[in-house]
Design a protein around this ligand. Structure first.
Ligand SMILES: Nc1ncnc2c1ncn2[C@@H]1O[C@H](COP(=O)(O)OP(=O)(O)OP(=O)(O)O)[C@@H](O)[C@H]1O
Ligand SMILES: [Mg+2]
Length: 260
């Protein structure tokens, strides 16, 4: 399998402060990667650098075999930023939000609407097409936002904390949905998340990032005390073998009040 993303010796300094240091990893076509780590660890900065919004201080990124800015211009790269940028009270319909995903498309308007409706159906939101976007629940808004990213039919998508504001039950079904996307569309998915326990069973790889890439590998190798301490600090509490744990068969972990 070919690498769709390559990050090589990447160092990023912002205003004289080193945010990322010597990061190396690659993602193969069709893989799903979760980037995890504490607040301020550099996850969003890494995504923005991969997408060409931030220039590396050292090292480089190859996305679809190209420098980031060129890759993004191909239209094969989707991005859902950390904060959804639809203003809260802006009276825009669900269908319009999805159509934003086709602003660079050369398709005639009628075809664009057909496509937008097809993707709303795909994310299970067709019946809401004429609703104001702001009236939807957090989870429904995320589905629509995903449709906006998917409607351009990208090969790789980057999602920055896509499950923020979604409750635990909806989170599970959201990740099931991402898994379905990967299986039906062969899409490569790179997402930033704090739901380590939940995502572990849906992703192929985990990247543990806190300035350095402390861990990169299979989820089953991630839930080890020494790795979690390196990443989150020593307050982390590892609870061994809780039956209901979804992360893996052996460990449950706790960061502050957040439990998996
Ligand atoms: N333009 C900037 N100039 C200086 N420092 C910045 C800039 N943008 C981000 N930072 C700093 O870089 C660090 C990493 O920020 P980043 O947003 O990448 O973290 P994150 O891992 O996404 O955090 P969170 O989990 O809270 O979203 C933070 O300390 C932040 O203050
Ligand atoms: Mg962030």
């Amino acid at each position: 399998m070919e690498n769709i993303l390559e990050v090589k010796n990447l160092t990023v300094k912002l205003n004289g402060k080193t945010i990322l240091e010597d990061i190396n990893f690659s993602v193969k076509k069709g893989e799903t990667l979760a980037i995890v780590g504490p607040n301020g660890g550099g996850k969003t900065t890494l995504l923005k650098t991969i997408l060409g919004f931030i220039e590396p201080t050292k090292g480089y990124v190859r996305l679809l075999g190209l420098p980031p800015k060129q890759a993004v211009k191909t239209g094969k790269v989707g991005y859902l930023p950390q904060k959804n940028n639809v203003p809260k009270k802006f009276p825009v319909s669900v269908l319009d939000v999805v159509l934003f995903g086709l602003v660079n498309s050369k398709l005639p308007k009628k075809k664009q609407i057909e496509k937008a409706l097809e993707y709303l159906d795909y994310v299970g939101m067709l019946e809401f097409k004429d609703y104001p976007f702001s009236d939807l629940s957090g989870g429904q808004q995320q589905r629509v936002s995903i449709a906006r990213v998917l409607v351009a039919e990208p090969e790789i998508i980057f999602l920055d904390e896509p499950s923020t504001g979604i409750d635990m039950v909806a989170q599970e079904s959201f990740y099931e949905f991402l898994k379905h996307l990967k299986e039906t569309k062969g899409l490569t998915i790179v997402m930033v998340t704090h739901d380590v326990g939940v995502v572990a069973k849906f992703v192929d790889k985990i990247a543990g990032l806190n300035r350095y890439l402390h861990f990169y590998g299979h989820p089953k190798d991630f839930f080890k005390k020494e790795i979690l301490e390196k990443l989150y600090g020593s307050e982390i509490e590892l609870i061994v073998h809780a039956e209901e744990c979804v992360a893996c068969e052996h460990f449950k972990f706790k960061i502050g009040d957040k439990k998996c």
